[in-house]
Write a protein that binds this ligand. Structure first.
Ligand code: MSP
Length: 599
């Protein structure tokens, strides 16, 4: 600790600075102090500690078509969830994504493209991998269901189900949808005119996808045996399916009764998949195959002393169209083998275009690569999490992106940073040092400043509460509220007038205004890192926040005395060379420049 830090620490201890904050918010900024002072974060921290390392998964994507913005959304949700845990200190947090490559749908798509199936899969899997990279998704593994270790996992899982008597053979007749890769009961099917061709087809009432009558002998899983256990689990774990309206939907489905599930198809029909162990005439059902990917990535089957510290997942992110597979079939498969169930499913709504679901088959899929190129990655990340639907669908429109970019990023965060950093008559560093040295506040504006300090500190708490309830959208809204409120505060305090007055009261108000606003900006940027990692790295560089002072624990007023341009020599020496370069570069540029569409 250098001399100025020691002095600041002494002020903290003798209480002068702390009076300026609030008696209820004495900050020592050590983790113990936070825990002692804040019951709620303490509990949440303890809870996430218990479930570490954090493991979050995305659905694996069908390779029959190219990625669209809906796929990007699902990926972004997983990424923000993982990065939040890393921000909180879980360096082993893990994110899994990948591709779902087996099944009739992919087999047929490859046939139509007149391409060898594996070659076809390679091409499309690469596109999803490229998307994960282009979107800066912090994945730890990109799994493909054609990976050799996945085959081992699926075969093992199957054998275990068989050994425990959960699989039997029988003749199955029913309506199969290749597009949805599932059987539908008679009651779920109706005759319709296909809009694009005028053909009369049988289609699923739920998804509108064509179904065909199939009669075949295959293997079945005793799903019906799990009705009561599933219902009990839902009741005991109200956070199992988020949001609650989808939990209610699933409960009703299960209460209505479950039929056994067909879990293989004759290999004569479906060649592209993993064969049933000891029965070459059957291929394992693509959904059973696909769901097991979440286990494969943790090293399943673990074997003697195997490492399964990642299992079970903390959160599995899925779209609302695949809730039944994940929240009924998947838990039942796991229960059959006594494998612990995932802790939570975040089920999200869909992106629509003109109110129709964005999808390849409707031809209205937004190309995510072009969107990223056009608006910039972090602008898209911000927009999709800010506006993306969890409960209700959200409509995608370029105009909405421009609007949100202007309001939240240019006029909101960008403007706040510019005002604090580029004001010629003030500097963060000077104000920070003044506040540290002169800690009591008696000015008439102290209540306003006090409110701001309370708000800054409560933002980290409320954002974390939202994240622990698996609601990144609400966390982002909370952080942005702080940004908007700080801009209002800055406007009200009008430091451009305060600088004109030499009276000590005005000086003090000026320093408190700049310091409080800088603290709000620093805390907001720290908390926004999971949402906009690149832009927030730049923003924190602009603020001269040292790399080791960017964690969640630093997101409180008074936690960092070393930032601001012109910080003490000792602090400056700690700045790594590459960060110095970034700072020089960053100062030449604007964080949120006009969009290409605007110039
Ligand atoms: N392969 C299955 C998942 C198997 S997981 C063991 C699958 N693949 S998919 O490619 O069709 O969809 C992948 C994810 O993208 C799903 O969660 C789906 O809900 C999501 N989305 C597809 N279209 C979407 C939108 N229009 N909007 C938001 N998400 C969308 O299902």
């Amino acid at each position: 600790m250098n001399a100025s830090q020691l002095r600041a620490r002494a002020l903290l201890i003798d209480g002068r600075f702390s009076r300026l904050l609030s008696s209820s918010h004495v900050r020592k900024c050590t983790f113990q102090a936070r825990r002692a002072l804040h019951n709620v974060p303490h509990l949440q921290q303890a809870q996430s500690d218990r479930f570490r390392p954090y493991y979050v998964t995305s659905p694996i994507f069908y390779v029959n078509a190219e990625p669209h913005a809906g796929h990007l959304y699902t990926l972004l949700l997983t990424d923000v969830l993982k990065r939040w845990e890393v921000l909180k200190g879980d360096n082993q947090a893990s994110l899994l994504t990948g591709t779902d490559e087996h099944g009739m749908k992919v087999q047929k798509a490859a046939e139509s493209a007149a391409t060898a199936t594996k070659q076809f899969c390679d091409k499309h899997a690469t596109q999803f991998l490229d998307l994960a990279r282009a979107a800066n998704i912090s994945f730890d593994r990109f799994i493909r269901t054609t990976d050799p270790d996945h085959k081992v996992a699926v075969e093992h899982f199957w054998k275990q189900l068989k050994e425990r008597g959960y699989i039997y053979q029988s003749t199955h007749e029913g309506w199969y949808s290749v597009s949805d890769e599932t059987f539908y009961p008679e009651s779920q099917v109706h005759l319709v005119l296909e809009p694009s061709t005028g053909r009369k087809i049988y289609a699923s009432k739920e998804t509108g996808k064509e179904v065909e009558w199939t009669s075949e002998t295959n293997y079945h899983f005793r799903l019906s045996a799990f009705r009561d256990r599933l219902l009990e689990h839902y009741d005991q774990h109200p956070q199992f399916i988020v949001p609650s309206m989808r939990m209610n939907f699933i409960k009703k489905e299960v209460e209505a009764g479950l039929s056994d599930l067909s879990v293989s198809r004759p290999s004569s029909r479906l060649q592209w998949g993993i064969r049933v162990p000891d029965d070459d005439t059957q291929t394992i059902y693509v959904w059973l195959d696909a769901l097991i990917n979440y286990l494969t990535a943790t090293g399943y089957p673990y074997g003697e002393g195997g490492n399964h510290k990642l299992w079970p997942p903390n959160v599995q992110v899925i779209g609302k169209d695949i809730v039944r597979f994940h929240c009924i079939y998947w838990p039942a498969f796991l229960m059959a083998l006594d494998i612990p169930l995932p802790r939570a499913f975040l089920t999200h709504a869909h992106w629509t275009m003109g109110k129709a679901k964005m999808s390849k088959s409707l031809g209205n899929g937004v190309n995510p690569f072009l969107a990223i190129e056009r608006f910039g990655l972090d602008a898209i990340r911000y927009f999709m999490i800010h506006d993306g639907g969890i409960v209700d669908d959200a409509d995608y429109d370029n105009m909405f992106i421009v609007e949100k970019y202007k309001k939240g990023l240019q006029d909101g965060l960008g403007n706040l940073l510019t005002r604090i950093l580029r004001g010629r008559k003030w500097s963060i560093r000077t104000s920070l040092e003044q506040v540290m040295n002169n800690g009591s506040l008696k000015k008439p504006d102290s209540a306003r400043i006090q409110d701001m300090i309370e708000m800054i500190n409560s933002t980290a708490r409320s954002a974390d509460e939202a994240m622990q309830s698996v609601n990144p959208r609400s966390a982002l809204h909370n952080i942005m509220k702080l940004v908007y409120e700080t801009n209002k505060f800055f406007q009200e305090m009008a430091p451009w007038n305060l600088v004109k007055d030499d009276h000590p009261d005005s000086r003090e108000s000026l320093h408190m205004t700049i310091y409080t606003s800088a603290e709000a900006a620093r805390v907001a940027c720290i908390l926004l890192q999971p949402f906009m990692p690149n832009k927030m790295q730049q923003a924190l560089d602009h603020l001269h926040v040292l790399p080791d002072k960017r964690s969640f624990q630093m997101a409180e007023v008074g936690c960092d005395e070393t930032y601001g341009s012109g910080a003490s020599e000792a602090a400056h020496e700690k700045i790594p060379e590459n960060m110095k370069k970034r700072i020089r570069y960053a100062h030449d540029g604007v964080l949120f420049p006009p969009l290409l569409t605007e110039v």
